[in-house]
Design a protein around this ligand. Sequence first.
Ligand code: ZN
Length: 427
Amino acid sequence: MKAVFSLQTENMLRINAARLEANIQALAVFGQNDRGGMDRTTFTPPELEARDWLKERLKEQSFDVRVDQAANIWGKRAGTVPSLPSVAFGSHIDTVPNGGKYDGALGVLIALEVMTLLNEHNVQTRHPLELVSFSAEEPNPFGLSTFGSRVVTGKLKKEHIDGVANPQSRLLTEALRSAGGDPERIEDAVRSVEQLGAYLEVHIEQGKRLLERNIPVGIVTAITGIYREEVVVCGEANHAGTTVMEDRNDALTAASEIILALEDVCRNHPANESVGTVGRINVKPNAANIIPEEAAFIVEIRGKSREEILEVIAEWERRIGDVERRRTAKVTRKVLLDQDPAPMDDLIVQVSQEQSGVLGYPWYKLGSMAGHDAAHMASITRSGMLFVPSGGGKSHCPEEFSRMDDIEKVSNVLLHTILELDRRLDR
Ligand SMILES: [Zn+2]
């Protein structure tokens, strides 16, 4: 009877939204600039202060606080079955320059709220629970994003960090030490599937799909793959006045057709989660009175499955062929990056759906079009992500905002997903 009663009590648990909101504001003090944005780039003084603040909050709750060799912060709450691996959850607290209060921070603070709530109500879990705040998730002056999770999953090693410096010649190894890391023993931060039974992350969506559907809970099915290639279109330089139109071999107009073709292919792709971008282009000789002889640009394609990315590339390739046949320009291509999408764990997706349903919250399944620590964690343990709607679809800017009402709902889904996984997972 006792077990039934405690299960019912557990099912009634709801996070303390006022406390969570106060913590969101408290953490936002560190690095806030006069434009209302956050300047909390990794290993800078405001970020180190934010780390101290977080460690204090974890110690207040008597969690076992540990800073690993990559300066990731872990706060552990013991489970009743010591042989079981931990269920870990969190995100990151660093920001992009002039970023927002919610990206990353929200995932860490919701994790803190979940752990605090369980303490408050004396709820025992079988698995140990671990909050994690990963180092340097965002692009940073050291050029290594998702740093902490890549170290933990064994993808970044000592050889990758030795000699790395920011533009001010500050060494990453030194910055890492300032945050409590240990660059000499960085590989000791690796964690295994025997230690971590699951990883969950709450993050803002950074898009408008939830907002437009007016749905509070996003359940991520996969984290986007990223494909990049460099395309060089070669034409012929000539006088911009004396060369009549039919005699031209203009590299830039040919490149323009190829870029517009990519846009068209992505717009018309049936899975409306395939996106293509050309964000960088160089023209030679780049002079007002010379027909361009070369246009070199970088194409980025993202999609939630490998098949979708390949479909987009195949159709675009066909269109490039058309352009080459109609014009005399010559196109060469080189793959720069081909990162597979990371599917999220089926059981976590299923439990998240069930728990949203039990709580009476509408949910929507979607792919994550931005990269996250969870993409790396998925290589060592079952991983899942929940998204909170982003106000105006904005992120990485001072206007970044999520409604407390949505945050509260997603936090409750995380809480109950963790409790349910704790009951169901036998390792
Ligand atoms: Zn983030």
